[in-house]
Design a binder for this molecule. Structure first.
Ligand code: KIV
Length: 290
């Protein structure tokens, strides 16, 4: 996967993440690199991450941005939906991810109930993620309905990633996990995308949108589009890590390609451990101290 190019020599003097290493390492991905990538037709890659170890692995593999998604509600905290997860629950996860990376841009997801009442609440939440968790950007859901919130956060110097199409925080309002932007919905999707761009977002996630509509939005926007179930005609692809690595178990959405089956690897390992302890095969002399 090609890396997003560094556009000018000024980047060469950027300081490395002091939490991780004082030695020279990869350059940091900044929001301006997203713009360059779109202009140059270089795909942007993103994965969710909720902890230090996966963040290190994804960062070292060259993934361009890590989203500490409110999908942690399902994948870390065991809620049925993303709705119950709170800012206080997401901040420690975001901090762990931000401390682990040297290159990737870390995006903190603003959970349901942390920005809907208006721009002041939205800015307050975004500041908490930047200050307490050292995120590099925030993400929030909604197009036209969230433009004032996006604009207020951006005017405080905090980069915002938009999120339109299927927005999981509105799953009850939308009537379930439904593809958005079909038929007459295409026009609304374009209106939402333009509202997010006009409000100052640096990129926008398109979730569960027909490929043709996603490609049209991508064509109409100057900022990059990041697809989650939006087909190939977008500027980048984002996946929930537990889905793409086969950790989740059960059915995954049609748009997920599973690159590993970590759940079965871990299940085999834990069975072997238990059998070895039960039979006395572990620990052996090589695992014991004299
Ligand atoms: O929380 C999350 O994982 C997300 C992505 C699915 C876009 O918002």
């Amino acid at each position: 996967m090609p890396e997003i190019p560094t556009p000018d020599a000024a980047n060469a003097v950027e300081v490395q993440n002091p939490y991780v290493s004082a030695t020279a390492g990869p350059k940091r991905v900044r929001t301006r690199h997203f713009q360059n990538a779109k202009q140059q037709g270089i795909p942007i890659t993103g994965l969710t991450s909720y902890d230090m170890l996966t963040a290190q692995i994804f960062d070292q593999a060259g993934i361009d941005f890590l989203l500490v998604g409110d999908s942690a509600g399902n994948n870390v905290f065991g809620y049925e939906t993303t709705l119950p997860v709170t800012v206080d629950e997401l901040i420690p996860l975001t901090r762990a991810v931000a401390r682990a990376v040297t290159r990737a841009l870390v995006v903190a997801d603003m959970p349901f109930g942390s920005y809907e009442t208006g721009p002041s609440e939205a800015l307050h939440t975004a500041v908490r993620f930047m200050k307490e968790a050292q995120a590099h950007a925030v993400k929030l859901e909604g197009g036209v309905r969230s433009r004032k919130q996006i604009s207020r956060i951006v005017s405080a110097g905090i980069p915002v990633m938009g999120h339109i199409g299927f927005t999981p925080q509105s799953e009850h309002g939308l009537g379930g996990h439904m593809i958005q932007g079909r038929g007459a919905g295409a026009e609304q999707l374009i209106t939402d995308a333009l509202a997010v761009q006009d409000a100052g977002a640096f990129a926008v996630v398109l979730e569960m949108v027909p490929s043709g509509v996603a490609a049209e939005v991508t064509e109409r926007l100057e900022i990059p589009t990041i697809g989650v179930g939006a087909g190939p005609g977008v500027d980048g692809q984002l996946m929930v890590w537990t889905d793409f690595a086969g950790m989740t178990g059960g059915r995954v959405p049609r748009f997920v390609r599973q690159y590993a089956n970590l759940r079965s690897v871990l299940t085999d390992a834990v069975h072997s451990f238990k059998n070895d302890v039960d039979s006395g095969a572990y620990p052996g002399p090589e695992h014991s101290y004299e």
